[in-house]
Ligand binder design. Structure first.
Ligand code: TZP
Ligand code: MG
Length: 214
């Protein structure tokens, strides 16, 4: 898949400093975000569907892929570009079957072994974390603070592209890409920033600065 993963925004209205998710997504698009994932844990399927329809319009107009977290049915219902699945969600093969060959299917992993499994199952990209720990999600001991060595190990284990997630900031984003990730995924570094557009731009610069050197 020849998709640029540079800066990948994961939405969470609860961490958006009083802004709505559509406002955060619009600012991120203006700042050059490459991917948007509708996450919004704690909302109903109906709420996610309605928010998804709204985000579908803005992301499509900007040519930015929209991915739905956890739910294949909501991804299909809003005609999203894909779905992002974790250990507790339906398997990658089911997403592929239901959404079709063109859908982008992502998988959360935290070890080289699970990264290989996800690649073998046909995931298009992986989310690896939590790289620096996070306060935005409850993580199991295996998922917390996996660090840059783990990013390097996943890079050595698979060919499928992946983003590093968890505690990524404008200050440390470059190190994640330097360790082999194809991009960074963030909630609070964009959603919780004073200026989400400028924060997205700074993250993109940090990611590209490293890529330009290799
Ligand atoms: N998966 C692993 S860490 C995480 C998710 C969804 C949360 C990332 O949020 P933040 O605020 O960028 O640390
Ligand atoms: Mg999930």
């Amino acid at each position: 898949m020849s998709q640029n993963f540079g800066v990948y925004l994961v939405t969470d209205a609860g961490l958006s400093a009083g802004r709505s998710t559509p406002e955060v997504v619009e600012a991120a698009i203006d700042g050059g975000v490459d991917f948007v994932q509708l996450r919004e844990k704690g909302t109903s399927a109906r709420e996610r569907y309605e928010l998804g329809l709204e985000l579908r319009e803005t992301t499509q107009a900007a040519g930015v892929p929209l991915i739905v977290n956890d739910r294949i049915d909501i991804a299909a219902a809003i005609d999203a570009d894909g779905v992002h699945l974790g250990d507790d969600d339906l398997p990658v093969s089911v997403a592929r079957d239901r959404l079709g060959g063109d859908a982008i299917v992502g998988r959360s992993v935290s070890t080289p072994a699970t990264a290989r499994e996800a690649e073998a199952a046909g995931a298009d990209y992986l989310g690896v974390g939590a790289v620096f720990g996070t306060t935005s999600k409850e993580t199991t001991p295996e998922q917390s603070n996996v660090g840059l060595d783990r990013v390097r190990a996943v890079q050595a284990a698979v060919d499928v592209p992946f983003v590093g997630i968890g505690g990524v900031t404008t200050e440390n984003a470059g190190s994640v890409v330097d360790a082999g990730a194809d991009g960074v995924a963030v909630i609070s570094a964009i959603a919780g920033a004073d200026d989400p557009e400028a924060a997205t731009q700074r993250l993109a610069d940090a990611v590209e600065g490293v890529s330009a050197d290799v």
